[in-house]
Ligand binder design. Structure first.
Ligand SMILES: *[C@@H]1O[C@H](CO)[C@@H](O)[C@H](O)[C@H]1NC(C)=O
Ligand SMILES: *[C@@H]1O[C@H](CO)[C@@H](O)[C@H](O)[C@H]1NC(C)=O
Ligand SMILES: *[C@@H]1O[C@H](CO)[C@@H](O)[C@H](O)[C@H]1NC(C)=O
Ligand SMILES: *[C@@H]1O[C@H](CO)[C@@H](O)[C@H](O)[C@H]1NC(C)=O
Ligand SMILES: *[C@@H]1O[C@H](CO)[C@@H](O)[C@H](O)[C@H]1NC(C)=O
Length: 378
């Protein structure tokens, strides 16, 4: 009898032990971040992620997809930019913002002049290993595609027009998210990337409108050349399906358009892009203004409805507003991210941003940005 009881107790203890283990397992599983929260982001930078080879990545991705069909995530996103002159600092801050906000492996494809190349290399190499493990830096010289280099050199300034030639400079790359160096991600770049899957089969690029209303629009009031839609598009944050742009023969259009309109072009490559999509409007997917939020959206009054509802996804400090004194709110956000060190708690960054923004609420943009529902979309 006593022996049986003893056995019973032992079995009971064993089963409880299993239950505890089971619970523990689920607790661990639940702790895996579904949505990024500051402390979790912090931990991905401190614990190095193992490097996977390309084929391993493909295989894990398959497993991931079959386990979680609704949540198909690309294994890598590619952010492209052109860095010339004194744009190195702001490029590093842009890259930092993308890395802070994202856990997806990010390949930065940067076309850079000599000074920028060495400065970028020198700075990135000191980033923590946990960050370097989920990014790569693909630096390339500013060039024209070899076939027509001579012809194009006579026409274009290499730096200013570089991005028009991405389809043939990146012949083996399917798609990129191109950004101007004066942009900052306030959400995961993956959220922008996901618009690729919302495009129809004709769309080869995605852009946000240049303006939201006729009374302040630039193109509708001043342009002397054709432009996209009623108000034109801003080219600072551009999803490019390079495969489709190559199929379309993008560069075939760029040169004749430039020759025909060059005396009328004011905003360089952006005007050329507007002219192409004026004639091929069905090839452009337009996303809302909060994917390319500029001082124009707040300097007189709030005109970007999407930002009022969902916050700013990408902040674009064009016309020097991250550096000069004209838009203190833009400068405040830039400075907060610039001062942030990888590994610092993200809540600290958010608090710092909010604090420096409140110091700018005497300006329209400060008041409006401060009142948005979300600042960092974490
Ligand atoms: C990927 O997985 C498949 C089967 O699931 C296997 O046959 C193949 O060898 C794997 N590839 C690599 C490169 O590991
Ligand atoms: C870039 O940053 C470095 C170090 O913070 C600073 O010394 C330099 O003046 C900055 N350059 C520009 C062009 O802002
Ligand atoms: C870069 O140099 C130009 C011309 O010297 C200057 O106007 C601009 O403010 C500088 N930009 C930065 C980011 O320092
Ligand atoms: C590169 O940097 C050097 C030293 O700062 C400067 O003299 C030169 O003009 C720069 N070159 C370019 C192309 O910006
Ligand atoms: C780009 O277009 C090609 C050809 O239509 C397609 O196969 C590819 O999936 C597209 N890329 C993305 C990221 O959607």
């Amino acid at each position: 009898m006593a022996r049986k009881t003893w056995l019973f107790i032992r079995a009971g203890v064993f089963i409880s032990f299993l239950l505890v283990l089971w619970n523990f397992f689920w607790m661990l599983k639940l702790q895996q971040p579904q949505q990024l929260v500051p402390s979790k982001i912090h931990s991905i930078f401190t614990s190095p992620v193992p490097q996977l080879t390309k084929s391993e990545k493909l295989n894990t991705s398959k497993r991931h997809f079959s386990a979680n069909v609704q949540n198909e995530k690309p294994q890598e996103i590619r952010i492209a930019a052109v860095v010339c002159g004194n744009r190195t600092n702001e490029t590093l801050v842009m890259m930092k913002s993308a890395l802070i906000m994202s856990r997806t492996f990010t390949r930065f494809i940067l076309f850079a002049d000599e000074n920028a190349t060495s400065a970028l290399n020198a700075a990135v190499k000191f980033w923590p290993e946990g960050v370097l493990n989920h990014m790569s830096l693909d630096l390339r010289p500013i060039t024209f595609p070899p076939e027509k280099a001579e012809e194009w050199k006579k026409l274009f300034k290499p730096c200013a027009s570089q991005r028009l030639f991405l389809p043939s400079l990146l012949e083996d790359v399917d798609s990129v998210l191109y950004v101007d160096t004066d942009t900052l991600f306030l959400t995961s770049p993956l959220q922008i990337w996901e618009h690729f899957s919302k495009m129809n089969e004709m769309h080869m690029a995605a852009l946000a409108p240049e303006h939201e209303d006729q009374s302040t629009g630039w193109y509708n009031r001043f342009a002397r050349h054709p432009y996209y839609g009623n108000l034109g598009v801003n080219s600072g944050v551009m999803l490019m399906n390079l495969t489709r742009m190559r199929q379309f023969g993008w560069e075939k259009y760029v040169v004749p358009i430039y020759q025909e309109y060059k005396s009328k072009i004011v905003w360089g490559d952006q005007d050329i892009i507007n002219i192409v999509f004026h004639f091929y409007a069905e090839k452009l997917y337009v996303y809302p203004c909060h994917y390319n939020y500029r001082p124009d959206h707040c300097m007189y009054m709030s005109v970007c409805k999407a930002a009022e509802d969902e916050g700013i996804k990408v902040l674009h400090g064009n016309r020097g507003s991250f550096h000069n004194k004209k838009q203190p709110a833009f400068k405040a956000i830039y400075s907060s991210i610039q001062q942030y060190s990888f590994g610092d708690n993200l809540q600290t960054l958010l608090d710092d941003m909010k604090r420096s923004l409140t110091e700018t609420i005497h300006t329209n943009c400060g008041k409006i940005i401060d009142s948005l529902p979300k600042l960092l979309q974490i």
